[in-house]
Design a protein around this ligand. Sequence first.
Ligand code: CA
Length: 230
Amino acid sequence: MTRKNLFIVEDEEDILELLRHRLTREGFIVTTASRGEDALKAIQRKLPDLVLLDLMLPGLDGLEVCRALKKNPKTASVPVIMVTAKGEESDVVAGLEVGADDYVVKPFNTRVLIARIRAVLRRKEEPPPDRDATIHIHDIEINPGRHEVKVKGVPVEMTFSELRILHLLASRPGWVMTREQIVDAVHGEDYPVTDRAVDVQIVGIRRKLGPRADSIETVRGVGYRFKERG
Ligand code: CA
């Protein structure tokens, strides 16, 4: 396996050194920056395989760095894992909405962090989800073309929106999606749907999934996630 290049943006020297040490030992090639401006320049010069981005940075903060990376066609496809402070769910939502791929909360366990990094790198290799593909996962079969959902082989009735939301979440197991991302993906941008409306849809989907209701996990203060295959 080729060694992957990680770019770490972190202004706290102790954490940066710990990460550099642990991630290098895991076989990653690690490059770092302690300021957002420097990170953007370095990443554009040489694209890493993944960016680990602290949100609280002096100067240009992590959110602005993430937005700049995702807006630039050259760097848009580089996955970003945000590092946020505990209790800052609004930062997580904002980060996911500007295109971050995942997040970890400080203080984090480095083993968990490494697992997240590997999962995000793995997902990057997978083909992008197809809006119309049939999905089989956790005994659930979703066929958007035929507008059919089966749980353990038994057909269940779903509305158009319910099926679209279920298909969206199930096509990216393990990814957290915010309510706004769900609305945008299902109805197109600027569709007037409230967060509460998404919650109501999820309640309906879970009820219909019956024994597989736990396939959709609530990520408190952030959104929803389909349980990873496993
Ligand atoms: Ca910081």
